[in-house]
Write a protein that binds this ligand. Sequence first.
Ligand code: ADP
Ligand code: MG
Length: 691
Amino acid sequence: MDSNTPIENLPGIGTYYARKLKRLEIKTLEDLIYHFPFRYDDFSQISTISNLTPGEKISIQGVIWQIKNIRTRSGKFVTVATIVDQSATIEVIWFNQPYLTKTLKAGLPVSLSGKVQLDGNRPKLISPSYEVLRSTHHSLVPQNLGEVGSLITHDSTLHTGRLVPIYPETEGLSSKWLRAKIANFLPVHKDITRDFLPKKIIEDQKLEPLNSALSKIHFPKKYADVDIAKKRLAFDEIFTTQLMSQLRKKDWQEKRNSPKMKTNKKKLTLFIKKLPFNLTNAQKRSIDEILNDLNDTRPANRLLEGDVGSGKTVVAAAAAIAAFENGFDTLFAAPTEILAFQHQKTLDSILEPLNIKVGIWTASKKLNGDITCGTHALLTSFKPERQVGLVIVDEQHRFGVAQRAKLFLNHSQKLTPHLLTMTATPIPRTLALTLYGDLDLSILDEMPKGRQKIATFVVPNFKRNDAYRFIEKEIKTGKQAFILTPFVEPSETMATVKSATVEFEKLQTKFSKKTKLGLLHGRLKSREKEKIMGDFKNNKIQILVATPVVEVGIDVPNATIMLIESAERFGLAQLHQLRGRVGRGKHKSYCFLFTDSRSETSIKRLKSMGKVHVGFELAEIDLKMRGPGEIFGLTQSGFFNFKVADLSDQKLISTAQAEAKKIIEADPNLKKYPLLSEKLTTLNLQYSQPN
Ligand code: ADP
Ligand code: MG
């Protein structure tokens, strides 16, 4: 057995539970051990029964005096027990769990944790958590209080009488189950793992040894243990990520050669002069940075970040011109066919004056160009006519790391193409450097002049009909609207969230017969999706009801309204991106944020959408209010998996970064650190799995 042992091969788990565990992303022993509690129930205070105070969260340890199931008139079961310790007795009640009497029998010593409640003036424990303690005698009902003490061994408890870890759960896998399994396998894991972190770093950074940190995060004796554990485990996350990206960068730059592309100043000036607008300073700066990259045999690997509408395409075009002028082709990859066509059209119109041919390569249309826009099909069937010198990837987080890698490796004939990726996700610079340490960064933090702000309103429930009337009015003047709902099917765990399907049915009745609505969600086949988006683009559909799949930028200048249901569930940066789908034409545009939430912070957060219109600023606000995890939707993107590290912790990031650098400088192949090297291999495998 090692830490990569598949979970179903562990004793006592089997395929039934393995399937459930996979829903929690637990596939190996290691995954189970790295499934950390998200909080702890503090039941560490063990009281004697005579000392109980109503309202307190406590644990008691005593012997079951008597226990029985009672059937109520409505046919339900109530389990009633009397527990006795040296000081007194107390009544304990559980509802609808008649099977309890199979494990909990009179005479057994038990530990119970719960909140003390008053029944009349007598304290009672209602539905406490319980576990049977190891007993010295066998099921002996004590004859008097004095006898009780000798029956209890103060064993170390797991589910009661301590800081009890609470885990992310899934249907059929409770925290109690997970806790028991983790307690069971933690010692096994300890026996087979050695600390992969260099000793020197552990000492210099005053970190807890790995095995001890893992014990402490699951089963802390006190809260301070949790902090100690988290400090170590957070360091691991940032340190290994940094090591991987710095190694990737080194590898990328040292082992590969790219074409050195000289900038043709005349052509560039001509291109800029022919544009129907003046470049923003941010665009000028980014173009300089990229052209500078290209003018080197080291492969460029740059991320261009900019809000929707900040003008990334022109920057990409400038780079493509440089490639063309130096005799190389460019590939321009987009996540959907519609976007690929859109890019082709845009680039074609701005590059035509320079006589650069723009091709398209998708499942349905194949035409080579000096620059070829396309979808996944570029990966599989495209054969370039000349050497590909530059690969541009739009909305890169949707592609997945493995696919990105394939995109340039496939076309690396003799030379490796330079790589430019673009994203509209406004990740603050520090965070971006943590996530993409192997990339250089250019940021378009300035919008083109004269862009209208999208009037944004938070709409409480009772005003929703007013909003529908407003939409109806806009549609009468030829405009279109998006209505976004967060989920496809009604989901019990998200009972308050409107499903797109239900919403769609309901919305049909809210608008006049002439108004055509279309439904777009993630479960549709891609051909159906493209058809609906096409109909929306051509105004055959006036209202597009959709899940956030429309986040991928389709350009519908006629769409002036974005209505978002359950807006509080989204990150501000995400809301900003969604809102960026409207206001693309010359018409005044609106964003309605619907919410049932009554939480003041929630509403305040949403209201900042009305005041702030820069993605980066919104991202910073969210980063402070909610932490980075879910904000950028990156957790699902396969890029990283930080469970413990706080990405706004500047000090942690810079220390881990510096330690990673030191190691690589001293020992670039990690020869002296085989365990660390092995750890990175495992992580790399996890990261490169396509999502
Ligand atoms: P995105 O960053 O979302 O990809 P685009 O490159 O599609 O943005 O640009 C959005 C729109 O803004 C396009 O119509 C483009 O022609 C226009 N645009 C780009 N740069 C400028 C600028 N400096 N001034 C005015 N309009 C611009
Ligand atoms: Mg774009």
